[in-house]
Ligand binder design. Structure first.
Ligand code: ADP
Ligand code: AMP
Length: 217
């Protein structure tokens, strides 16, 4: 199954992607995670992406698309994938469509996580991420049992640089201007499904899985 998760920053894409991907036994491909890994490893790709990420802007399409194309050609993605954070604008969506068509495949479903603006702000301002395994936590909504330490792997939790107030505001503007048009684009393609992404994480996962089962071909 080939699925895209879309929604504003803080909607819970990364959180849901880890559960959905493991449930469907497909890899989660998160462009944000891949960029962050490259920034911390100091690779050429990381150096190209860092300034854009720090400002909350999109990394240029040619860099992002090349990275995704190579990731989707790895063996584990051949029978399916869950994209988290890509595509993020119409040119990326068009390129993805063409790329998949060249490989004789297409997306099955674009799942939109619907959350209001105030909830997104609450989620982003309390988000903490594990440096070691990447698991996402929240200081109030999903706290680890020991402050600052990941329950899954014992790794140190950190606050993302782009989760500062000003950058959050800018990322939400970027979402509205560049990413939101994807909603009507995929609705026109007949593969968009929106779910209510508020409430407990497990309830959102259940709604997502019910939606996905309706679309499995
Ligand atoms: P995204 O990948 O869409 O930017 P994340 O998955 O990183 O969003 O989630 C943002 C923050 O919101 C994290 O701190 C996460 O723990 C928290 N979160 C995710 N889902 C929920 C939920 N259903 N209720 C409350 N908090 C949530
Ligand atoms: P995320 O983890 O999805 O919130 O992404 C963090 C940052 O990585 C974004 O603010 C962008 O700077 C960059 N990024 C992630 N995905 C993309 C994408 N598809 N296109 C361009 N930039 C991206």
């Amino acid at each position: 199954m080939r699925v895209v998760l879309v929604g504003p920053p803080g909607a819970g894409k990364g959180t849901q992607a880890q559960f959905i991907a493991s449930h469907l036994a497909i890899p989660k491909v998160s462009t944000g995670d891949i960029f962050r890994y490259n920034v911390s490893a100091g690779t050429g790709l990381g150096r190209q992406a860092k300034a854009f990420m720090d400002r909350g802007d999109l990394v240029p399409d040619e860099v992002t698309v090349a990275m995704v194309a190579s990731r989707l050609q790895e063996d584990d993605s051949l029978s399916g994938f869950l994209l988290d954070g890509f595509p993020r604008n119409l040119p990326q969506a068009e390129t993805l469509k063409k790329m998949l068509a060249d490989w004789g495949i297409r997306l099955d479903l674009v799942l939109e996580l619907v959350v209001d603006h105030d909830e997104v702000i609450r989620r982003l301002s309390g988000r903490r991420t594990c440096r070691k395994c990447g698991r996402v936590w929240h200081v109030a909504f999903d706290p680890p049992s020991v402050t600052g330490k990941c329950d899954e792997c014992g790794g140190e939790l950190f606050q993302r640089d782009d989760d500062r107030e000003e950058t959050i505001r800018h990322r939400l503007e970027v979402y509205e201007q560049q990413t939101q048009p994807l909603i009507s684009y995929y609705a026109d393609e007949g593969i968009l499904l929106g779910i209510d992404a508020t409430g407990p994480v497990e309830d959102v996962t259940e709604r997502a899985l019910v939606a996905l089962r309706r679309f499995i071909r």
